[in-house]
Design a protein around this ligand. Structure first.
Ligand SMILES: [Fe+2]
Length: 436
């Protein structure tokens, strides 16, 4: 096996610097009770508390509200967040935020809630046409003009890592595609992470969000090295998705090791609190890592897998509309993608598989593709994940549409360790149809 350390070889004219942008995090049981003190320190006095209807009925919202009120805040709860948000649900949330004249935000929920709160804060603070800040080429990709109001994010799924990133994702209904807004300005001021909030999550939600974490870590670890990007003209032009770098590697490896040990346990036994605590910590580690490196093709392909959904309704999620949960829409692509990318950095694919628990003794670079794919497939089967892209309702006739949506995600595709063409992308969807 070749050596991992050659991944960051300097080349003339290319990037020689990586930046570390890290969220302020407090992690542990009971941490939500500290929200009021933190909000006060951030200068908040009138707070919008974002959550969803399911969570609003659980004790954590009350814990947060009581802590904020005890610190002298005015608190208004917004529980209209849509699971898998859309441009319309973002616009509705932004209207609420603008009318409420808040000077601070607190979000409690999964990625959908935290992302909605980021968007509401953005459009209420810096009003603009909705597509202005949306990633190009779908939107205008305009920079956010200045700082947002302070935002304390409190994640309740061991998944998205949204509390640590400057990214918000939504479905653009008119184009039937998922896209997002990416700016360092969107990153929450701080995250309060209580792993006990995951104890009541249904099995399927833990599986989907756990594989989202897994893919964040593995995609970041195998992303194009930052040293292969052209040097920016000035530091402000260095992208957030700067590629794999030595800092991100630390969080990726630590997260992958925890996922190997605890993902199956956390999914299959809700009473295994040690496993669920460790999953939450893995999500935090992977969030810190991918916020500084960026993900690539499995996430790029996921946008159309989720956006073009027809009739898939997974257990454990709201049943009123069909949906492919984000983590599922990512991981169904992953074995096919990592088979494709393995030749670009085989040692990273083998080491990633080893962190997840695969046996790698005697493995050579030629084995990398199958070792990583087999390990992912084994874990998907053990946790009830659908069998590939066909398992969430697609077939050969959908490949052209799926490819078109994913091809628009150039920010992600160019972060892959190999160049990828539109026909490669179609082949990847075909390879991802069924795994067993
Ligand atoms: Fe993700």
């Amino acid at each position: 096996m070749s050596c991992c350390h050659n991944y960051y070889v300097a080349t003339e004219g290319n990037e020689s610097v990586f930046s570390v942008d890290i969220a302020s995090i407090s992690f542990g049981h009971g941490v939500l009770k500290e929200a009021g003190e933190h909000a006060k320190a951030l200068g908040m006095s009138r707070v919008a508390l974002f959550t969803d209807k399911r969570l609003a009925a659980l004790p954590y919202v009350a814990q947060l509200r009581d802590s904020l009120r005890a610190a002298g805040m005015d608190v208004v709860i917004y529980d209209e967040v849509k699971v898998e948000p859309t441009d319309q649900s973002f616009i509705a949330a932004a209207k609420f935020a603008a009318e409420g004249k808040f000077d601070g935000y607190v979000s409690l929920g999964g990625g959908s809630v935290i992302d909605t709160c980021k968007a509401a804060n953005l459009y209420a603070t810096w009003p603009a046409d909705f597509l202005d800040y949306v990633n190009a080429p779908i939107g205008a990709g305009k920079p956010v003009p200045g700082a947002l109001k302070p935002h304390i994010a409190c994640p309740t799924t061991c998944g998205t890592g949204s509390e640590c990133t400057g990214i918000t994702i939504f479905d653009l209904l008119a184009l039937q595609v998922k896209t997002g807004i990416a700016s360092k300005r969107l990153k929450p001021s701080m995250a309060l992470i209580d792993p006990a909030t995951t104890y009541t999550l249904p099995k399927n939600v833990v599986a989907a969000s756990g594989f989202d974490v897994l893919s964040h870590a593995l995609e970041s670890y195998t992303a194009r090295p930052y040293t292969r990007r052209a040097a920016p003209g000035k530091p402000a032009l260095r992208p957030m998705s700067q590629g794999a770098n030595p800092w991100s590697d630390i969080g990726c490896e630590a997260a992958l090791k925890r996922l190997g040990l605890y993902l199956e346990r956390a999914v299959n036994d809700a009473s295994d609190h040690e496993a669920r605590d460790q999953m939450m910590y893995a999500a935090t580690l992977a969030g810190i890592a991918f916020g500084n490196s960026g993900v690539h093709v499995p996430h790029g392909m996921a946008y159309s897998v989720a956006g073009l959904v027809r009739d898939f309704r997974p257990e454990g999620y709201p049943q009123d509309e069909p949906m492919v949960p984000h983590g599922m829409s990512v991981i169904v692509n992953a074995p096919a993608v990592f088979r494709f990318t393995a030749s670009a950095c085989p040692e990273r694919h083998i080491h990633g598989a080893a962190c997840l628990g695969a046996e790698i003794s005697g493995a050579t670079d030629d084995d990398a593709a199958e070792i990583i794919a087999a390990q992912l497939i084994k874990m998907m089967q053990a946790t009830g994940i659908p069998n590939g892209v066909a398992g969430v309702g697609y077939g050969e006739a959908d490949v052209a549409g799926l490819t078109k949506g994913a091809w628009a995600q150039q920010r992600l595709l160019t972060n892959a360790p190999r160049d990828i063409s539109q026909s490669d992308l179609s082949q990847l969807y075909r390879g991802a149809m069924r795994y067993w």
